[in-house]
Design a protein around this ligand. Structure first.
Ligand code: URA
Length: 236
């Protein structure tokens, strides 16, 4: 239970003081009854109206999606392609935290929590993102070492990373490489491989911070638990 004026201000309708004025002047009703007493207690199940309009707390939503190929990581697409938001059943205006390329698969978070999104995207947080890449040719140890210690990409050195050959398929002449980075530049993984002339055939993000795709198939999603959200807030 919380005080009515606090509830109104948390819904973003007015400041606490303005909310008090609204209450005193008879503009607020709770469960259909005008309330003019400051300090009346309400909770999320009460129907609170200000100027005859229902007000609701902007509840935060957090989703972890296993993004399929051929889905765009934005809210809308001017070419009318399917977006990551189209895959989540909600009436809330959510958006993806960062991006995966159209042809990249794997883990992506979606939320309506701008504060958390800013935290996670801020370079200083160095959130780890773990990718699994299929690249053409044999991935040489010396290239792995250079990519891991940092290379100049678009005039700026990349931060320390981990590039490691998992398996070489000799018959098809392709390598499977694990790549862990802490930045989020556009097309960063593909561009890093390209510097050493490796073409990326497939790219999948398997981990984002401590989160992975356990239990999800391509196109499926789940909500984050409160514990996971708190942990994301407290990263570093
Ligand atoms: N790096 C890329 O090149 N593409 C992605 O989708 C993500 C990281």
């Amino acid at each position: 239970m919380k005080r009515l004026q606090k509830y109104i201000s948390e819904c973003g309708i007015a400041s606490r003081r303005k909310a008090e004025e609204l209450i005193i002047s008879g503009k607020v009703s709770v469960n259909g009854v005008i309330v003019t007493t400051l300090g009346t207690k309400v909770n999320e199940t009460d129907v609170v109206m200000v100027n005859n309009k229902l007000i609701k707390k902007d509840l935060k939503e957090y989703y972890l999606l296993y993004k399929p190929r051929e889905v765009i990581s934005s809210v809308k697409d001017n070419k009318n392609r399917k977006t990551v938001c189209d895959l989540i059943k909600t009436e809330t205006r959510i958006f993806p935290v960062g991006r995966l390329d159209y042809d990249t698969t794997g883990i992506i978070l979606l939320t309506n929590d701008g504060e958390l999104s800013n935290i996670l995207m801020h370079p200083s947080r160095e959130v780890t993102k773990e990718y699994y890449a299929k690249v053409k040719g044999f991935f040489k140890k010396e290239d792995a070492v250079k990519l891991s210690s940092g290379v100049i990409l678009n005039g700026k050195k990349t931060k320390k990373a981990v590039f490691k050959l998992d398996r070489y398929d000799k018959k098809n002449d392709v390598s499977y490489v694990k790549a862990v980075i802490t930045e989020g530049r556009n097309h960063q993984v593909k561009d890093m491989f390209k510097l050493f002339n490796y073409d990326v055939v497939k790219l999948k993000r398997e981990k984002y911070a401590f989160l992975d795709l356990t239990g999800l198939k391509s196109g499926e999603y789940r909500s984050l638990s409160l514990k996971e959200v708190k942990k994301l807030y407290s990263l570093k």
